[in-house]
Design a binder for this molecule. Structure first.
Ligand code: PEP
Length: 253
């Protein structure tokens, strides 16, 4: 069975002191479950990865980056490669988070290159997909998510795709306080799993973890996690508060 997975995306928040203290509070509050009955990852800003890595080094909580670049090294000012992320202790990297797609302008093609580069460099990608509110209102959710998955995973064989975690994050629910209902989340997660079964096979579809993200909070986490195809949560705002994030981790167990 798929082990639940809860990842915290700190976005462009915290500072060096807050990031280490937040990591330490999350470690001490989740000792009995993290890495055992639930996988947990923290994704701080790039500049605090190393400090958080040191804090996490004796824990079972994994480190993740919020982004990754497509190339392994060279003249790419400002970018960070998979080998650099590995060097500072990262296990995961978010790829195609909606803020990068819609604020920075990342395309499906670029996201696919990032997913591919992550896997080649030994980093496990968390591929984020999700529709805008206008697309949901125009009944385009299936079409948008199908395109993002097809293009995001293009060129990956079975072995490579088994390194991927998927995250369904409806853009209208991210940072807005509007959460998808458990039924809305389940509907899209089931569609994604079915799509993976069609592109690859049913064994892979059964194995791949699909996280939900979008205003996940302590009071809605358990209901979301109860859905059969929701395998965990990608948490933004609530991951910045240790008590809230710990309550979400516990709801996932
Ligand atoms: C996210 O950043 O991936 C996210 C889901 O944010 P929030 O929980 O704040 O909606």
């Amino acid at each position: 069975m798929r082990k639940p997975f809860v990842a915290g995306n700190w976005k462009m928040n915290t500072d060096s002191h807050i990031s280490v203290n937040l990591a330490k509070s999350i470690i001490s509050g989740s000792l009995e479950v993290a890495g055992h009955s639930v996988d947990v990852a923290l994704c701080p800003p790039f500049v605090y990865l190393q400090a958080v890595a040191i804090a996490l080094s004796t824990s079972s909580i994994a480190l993740g980056a919020q982004d990754i670049y497509t190339e392994s090294k060279g003249a790419f000012t400002g970018e960070i490669s998979a080998s650099m992320l590995k060097d500072v202790g990262c296990t995961y990297a978010l790829c195609g988070h909606s803020e990068r797609r819609h604020v920075i302008g990342e395309t499906d093609e670029l996201v696919n290159k990032k997913v591919t580069a992550a896997i080649s460099g030994g980093i496990l990608p968390i591929l984020c997909v999700g529709e805008l509110i206008e697309q949901r209102q125009a009944s385009q959710t299936t079409e948008v998510v199908t395109r993002q998955i097809n293009k995001g995973l293009a060129g990956l064989n079975d072995e490579k795709v088994s390194a991927v975690t998927l995250a369904y994050e409806p853009v209208w629910a991210i940072g807005t306080g509007l959460t998808a209902t458990p039924q809305q989340a389940q509907e899209v997660h089931a569609l994604i799993r079915e799509l993976i079964g069609r592109i690859y096979d049913s064994a892979l579809a059964d194995e791949i973890r699909i996280l939900y993200g979008g205003s996940a909070k302590p009071d809605n986490a358990a209901d979301l996690m109860r859905q059969p195809d929701v395998d965990g949560l990608l948490v933004g705002g609530a991951s910045l508060n240790a008590d809230d994030f710990l309550a979400i981790i516990k709801a996932a167990v």
